[in-house]
Design a protein around this ligand. Structure first.
Ligand SMILES: C[S@@+](CC[C@H](N)C(=O)[O-])C[C@H]1O[C@@H](n2cnc3c(N)ncnc32)[C@H](O)[C@@H]1O
Length: 221
């Protein structure tokens, strides 16, 4: 699958890289202390920046990513720093390899929008299954707008789902959330925060700024 190859190439080249930096770490630590979180899953954990930082702060950490290179880097990083973790090579859009009601929190940074809405819905159901009652989610997704003049670069499936026609992006599906859709799809969560943040990522040695939605919520009882 070309998408996996692309991520493997990135992690092979960059190793311990934070695609999205650790911009939410302090907020997460405060939140997790407030809600007495112990067991946490990072969906699309990449090379493990959050996992290692959370392990250092005493949390029981789990991570899942479909890039073997990312998982290998995350495993060796945890081991080298003397921490234990549970890392799985899997897709977030398949049945998640965890029992029901086991996590106090799930975090996921700019990952879950990479599918058609039917698959994202299945993932959200899986999150509801693996989280304990009142379990926390801290999720970010990009806030993009499709401008009419750019449509030539995109293959649109419908008004909110597209593939970029760039060579390295073929097969990478993007779903465009907005606040209303996030509220609708996460209706089984009580939303504490739904805001727009400015974030940065690096691509081809360029730092690119993008806005993204930041959703913090609690699974309803
Ligand atoms: C934008 S990066 C974010 C990585 C990490 N969360 C961070 O903040 O640095 C997206 C990550 O999602 C992973 N990913 C993309 N699609 C995936 C899928 N279907 N299943 C599992 N992981 C996926 C990629 O391998 C990559 O590590």
């Amino acid at each position: 699958m070309r998408n996996v190859k692309r991520w493997n190439a990135i992690y092979k080249q960059k190793g311990r890289t934070y695609i999205t930096s650790l911009e939410h770490l302090n907020e997460i630590l405060t939140l997790f202390q407030t809600y007495s979180v112990k067991k946490v899953l990072d969906l699309g954990c990449g090379s493990g920046g959050y996992i290692v930082s959370l392990a250092k702060n005493g949390f029981e950490v789990y991570g899942l990513d479909f890039s073997i290179e990312a998982i290998e880097v995350a495993k060796s990083w945890l081991k080298e720093d003397g921490y234990e973790g549970n890392l799985e090579l899997a897709s977030i859009y398949k049945e998640l390899p965890y029992s029901d009601n086991i996590f106090d929190a799930v975090i996921s940074f700019r990952v879950i929008h990479h599918a058609k809405i039917e698959d994202i819905r299945k993932l959200i159901k899986e999150l509801e299954r693996i989280l304990k009652p009142q379990g926390l989610i801290f999720i970010t997704v990009p806030k993009w707008r499709i401008l009419r003049k750019k449509v030539g670069n995109l293959e649109m499936f419908d008004s909110r789902t597209f593939i970029l026609k760039e060579v390295d992006q073929k097969d990478v599906v993007h779903y465009l959330f907005n606040k209303k859709l996030l509220k609708k799809e996460f209706k089984n969560f009580k939303i504490n925060t739904l805001r727009i943040n400015n974030g940065y990522y690096t691509k081809d040695n360029l730092t690119i700024m993008e806005q993204y939605y930041c959703l913090i919520g609690k699974k309803r009882l």
